[in-house]
Ligand binder design. Structure first.
Ligand code: NI
Length: 269
C-alpha cells in the first residue's frame, strides 16, 4: 500500500506571451517569461494521491506546469475582462479532469504580489480572497497587571516608556460564494472597509494613546490582531464573511485570527 501524500507546486508565468515559447534561462522568473512590461501571475497547485512505486513520485511536476501554462496562457492570456475567480473555477474543472487519478485539492492564483484567490473545492461556488495591506504604528508593551520590574523583565526593550514603532502588514481573507459577475466582493468596497475600520484608525498612531481599544489592553501583536478581527468581522455583507486575518509585526512574527466556525459549503445549483 503506497503512502498518501500532498504535493504543492508553484508555477510562475507572464501573460500575453506566445505559449509555445517556454524556454527560459532563469527558472525562478517563470516560463514563459515576459520581455517587456506585462502581468505576471503565480499559480499554486496542490494535489494529493499515493506515491508511485516505480517513480517515487505522486505526479511529475512538469505535467502540472504544462497543464497550468496551457490553461492560463492559451485560454486566458487575452481575456483580461474575465473575473479572476471565474477563471480559477474553469481552470479547476479542466485540471481536475486532466490530473485524474491524482486529486486536485487546492488552486490559488496571485494576480499581484498582494492579492490572492484560492479554491479548495472547485465543485462549490466558495472562494477565498486574500489582500495584503500595510500600516505603521507605535506601541509600548506594558501590562497594568504586572509591576514595573515585572513589565521590564517580561517585555524588555518593548517596555520603553516612549514606545517604539513597527511597519505592520495585514492580510485580510474573505470567504464566500461568487456573485453573478464571478466576484466575491468589489476590491474597492474591501479597501473602503479595511481603510475605514483599521488603517485610518491605526496608521501613524501611537496605539496605546490614540486607539481606544488599547487604553487598557496591552497592544501585543496578538491583541492587535484580535482587535482588528473584531473591527472587521461584521463589516462584510453576508454570505461573504471574514475568514481570517494575519498580522505581521516583523518578517519573523505574525499572528492569525480565524473565524471559529467553518463556512458551510454551498453547492453549485
Ligand atoms: Ni513592538
Amino acid at each position: 500500500m503506497s503512502r498518501w501524500v500532498k504535493l504543492q507546486r508553484e508555477v510562475r508565468l507572464s501573460l500575453g506571451v506566445d505559449p509555445t515559447r517556454t524556454a527560459t534561462g532563469n527558472s525562478f522568473a517563470g516560463s514563459p517569461r515576459g520581455d517587456g512590461l506585462g502581468p505576471v501571475v503565480t499559480l499554486k497547485v496542490e494535489v494529493a494521491g499515493p506515491i508511485g512505486p516505480a517513480t517515487g513520485m505522486l505526479i511529475n511536476i512538469r505535467q502540472i506546469d504544462e497543464l497550468v501554462r496551457q490553461a492560463v496562457v492559451s485560454d486566458f492570456a487575452y481575456a483580461a475582462d474575465i473575473a479572476v475567480p471565474l477563471m480559477l473555477k474553469q481552470m479547476w474543472a479542466r485540471m481536475k479532469a486532466q490530473l485524474a487519478p491524482v486529486t486536485l485539492t487546492g488552486l490559488e492564483i496571485s494576480s499581484s504580489p498582494w492579492l490572492q484567490y484560492r479554491l479548495t473545492d472547485g465543485d462549490t461556488r466558495m472562494i477565498e480572497l486574500t489582500e495584503r495591506f500595510e500600516f505603521s504604528a507605535a506601541h509600548r508593551l506594558h501590562s497594568k497587571d504586572l509591576t514595573d520590574a515585572e513589565n521590564k523583565a517580561t517585555f524588555g526593550k518593548c517596555n520603553n516608556p516612549h514606545g517604539h514603532g513597527h511597519n505592520y502588514e495585514l492580510e485580510v481573507t474573505l470567504s464566500g460564494p461568487t456573485d453573478a459577475g464571478g466576484e466575491l466582493i468589489s476590491l474597492q468596497r474591501l479597501h473602503d472597509i479595511v481603510n475605514q475600520r483599521v488603517i485610518d484608525r491605526m496608521d501613524h498612531k501611537h496605539l496605546n494613546i490614540e486607539v481606544a481599544e488599547f487604553g487598557q489592553l496591552n497592544p501585543t501583536v496578538e491583541n492587535i490582531a484580535a482587535v482588528i478581527f473584531k473591527s472587521l468581522e461584521d463589516a462584510f455583507p453576508p454570505p461573504v464573511r471574514l475568514q481570517r486575518i494575519r498580522l505581521w509585526e516583523t518578517p519573523k512574527t505574525s499572528c492569525t485570527v480565524e473565524a471559529s466556525e467553518p463556512v458551510e459549503k454551498e453547492l453549485v445549483k
